[in-house]
Design a binder for this molecule. Structure first.
Ligand SMILES: Nc1ncnc2c1ncn2[C@@H]1O[C@H](COP(=O)(O)OP(=O)(O)O)[C@@H](O)[C@H]1O
Ligand SMILES: [Mg+2]
Length: 257
């Protein structure tokens, strides 16, 4: 059965796309057949994977929201994964938030009816930074969700809303959805406030926090911007970043199976 993993948090800049991208690199390098669906109207993941500079072929992620759109065509990417894309500042994908609520069911329905999922071992869904229709649609079509979080400033404030959204999708739309939990990203172990926030989060929801944590790693940012696996960068500091990233990916894979 195809495992479909959403990378979700309504906050921007917490590491959804970074962790999604690196997980996808790991899975394709391991020989799995992988499809990426970019539901973020910023389109960062699409441009990094396709290396196409705005030239996309096949189905866009906005088209998945149409009723009975089952002629889905994916775009093959240089590193072996396939893509259902969004462009930079994708207006059509942004406008989904104005459609009737029932549109959230269409992507799951279209993917199912198209038969396309049978071609993949894993589907990774990069979610937008909002709690709107696109996030609900992503959670409705997924088997699993992982929530990158940051412990700095007010970044944890929205976590309750995110967990409640996941629970309501599980209750009303997709009882199969498994929440693999929150992964702490951008952690600075020299900041007592970070360590305190981690401790509080682990105490509050012990079953919902990954054991592995990702530190503030410049090389992860560099790999992300270059659109390459962090483990392909030759530097001591990249090894540390790759170690953090791999620990999270391994934990995710243990949970997803
Ligand atoms: N652990 C990290 N260390 C350093 N930079 C990071 C880390 N995680 C993410 N970043 C950088 O932070 C920015 C936001 O991350 P991104 O994955 O795009 O967040 P989101 O998809 O949640 O909006 C990107 O420039 C990314 O390269
Ligand atoms: Mg993103």
């Amino acid at each position: 059965m195809t495992k479909i993993i959403s990378f979700a948090n309504q906050k921007g800049g917490v590491g959804k796309s970074t962790i999604c991208l690196q997980t996808v690199f790991h899975l394709t390098e391991s020989g799995y057949r992988v499809l990426v669906i970019d539901l973020d109207p910023q389109g960062n993941t699409s441009s990094r994977l396709s290396k196409s500079d705005g030239e996309f072929t096949g189905t866009s992620s906005a088209e998945l929201f149409q009723e009975n759109f089952t002629d889905i065509k994916v775009m093959p990417c240089p590193r072996g994964m396939d893509l259902i894309w969004s462009t930079k500042n994708d207006p059509e994908l942004s406008e989904i938030e104005g459609l009737p609520l029932s549109c959230v069911l269409n992507p799951a329905d279209n993917l199912e009816k198209s038969g396309i999922l049978e071609h993949y071992d894993y589907v990774a869904v990069d979610c937008p930074p909002s709690l709107g229709r696109k996030l609900v649609a992503a959670l409705t079509l997924s088997t699993h969700v992982i929530c990158p979080v940051q412990v700095s400033g007010f970044a944890l404030d929205g976590v309750e809303g995110l967990l409640n959204t996941i629970i309501s999708v599980q209750d009303e739309l997709n009882p199969e959805l498994e929440n693999t939990g929150m992964v702490i990203n951008n952690l600075n172990r020299n900041f007592p406030s970070h360590l305190q926030a981690c401790k509080q989060l682990r105490e509050a929801v012990p079953d919902l926090v990954y054991t592995a944590e990702i530190g503030l790693r410049g090389k992860l940012d560099e790999a992300n911007n270059l659109g390459v696996p962090v483990w392909s960068i030759k530097a001591t500091s990249a090894r540390e970043a790759a170690k953090d990233m791999r620990a999270v990916i391994n934990e995710l894979m243990e949970k997803v199976g």
